[in-house]
Design a protein around this ligand. Sequence first.
Ligand SMILES: NC(=O)c1ccc[n+]([C@@H]2O[C@H](COP(=O)([O-])OP(=O)(O)OC[C@H]3O[C@@H](n4cnc5c(N)ncnc54)[C@H](OP(=O)(O)O)[C@@H]3O)[C@@H](O)[C@H]2O)c1
Length: 329
Amino acid sequence: MKKEKIKVGILGFGVVGTGTFKILEKYSDMIRNQIGTDIIVDKVLVRDLTKGRAIHASEKLFTVNAEDILENPDIDIVVELMGGEEPAYSYISRALKNGKHVVTANKELLAKKGDALFEYAKDKNLFLGFEASVCGGIPIIKAIKESLSIDKITKITGIVNGTTNYILTKMSEENLGYDEALIEAQAKGFAEADPTADVEGFDAAYKIAILSNIAFRTNVDINNIKREGITGISEKDIKEVKSTNKIIKLIAKAEIVNGGLEAEVAPIVLPLEHPLASINGVNNGVLINSESVGELMFYGPGAGQMPTGNAVVSDIIDIAKQVAMTCAF
Ligand SMILES: NC(=O)c1ccc[n+]([C@@H]2O[C@H](COP(=O)([O-])OP(=O)(O)OC[C@H]3O[C@@H](n4cnc5c(N)ncnc54)[C@H](OP(=O)(O)O)[C@@H]3O)[C@@H](O)[C@H]2O)c1
């Protein structure tokens, strides 16, 4: 017999947590039709119960005690959307220990400590979904893991950080200086108050590490990725490059060279005809080269509440399909 309801606990209710909740609510009929079971958000972990939330829900939905989700035997899937290393790592480990499937969008955590979590999930025969951790709304993880699973990927080249791409686009199209473009990105919510992770290339390095791990079936040490951000790029650099019909983009690249993996994040000068040259603003674009398919290009929103929420929900649905079929009640 099929499980009647699949219960989800969400850890963190910011941009992506709210988007995930909204999508699960809005498309609940579609979900039921697809998997024959309801997916219910049972509990949401927040830090502040008095904070206004952009959804209509019972007060009982929210909790400040992680135990209400991690130790709750009714919850099948834990969705980690807090970000950062701790307590995210401990919470995910505990959820897996307690037999719960996990979905996360946490690229930093996966790039630094994903190997231990994936190993643990595998040992426990549980799913650890992470589609939302790279390129927000672009279904690139699934494409690599499923559609290209028997192709041999040789190179990944991408614009995987929307914040830096927005800043470089503004510098190039509107002749803004780096500081001016950064302030505009912050005012529009495209850059954090502390933009270090984005502008110094850390975020892009996390993402190319995750993509490399699945594409090349390896375990990249994040410290071995050469990394340069965009803070050293001046208006003069942008002008000079433009005068030669080229453009500067922050490129994350991973490639098999002489049998070994080389991965780096750096500002690269591209000719205007290059497929990634026209990826502007906060959008992301990724090129994948492989032996059988040749070259594939993925383009779309690399962040945002609904695109990233959709990626989280796609993992929840994949898990729910399995849970609904395998649980007998
Ligand atoms: N934003 C995007 O478009 C995007 C795209 C792809 C991936 N991601 C990833 O998705 C994750 C979430 O990002 P976000 O943009 O949604 O972040 P966010 O808006 O800052 O939301 C994080 C939420 O987690 C809560 N939180 C943090 N630490 C907590 C703790 N110890 N206990 C309980 N709640 C805690 C925060 O509570 P408070 O409200 O009290 O601060 C906040 O509601 C991150 O890993 C990020 O890298 C985000």
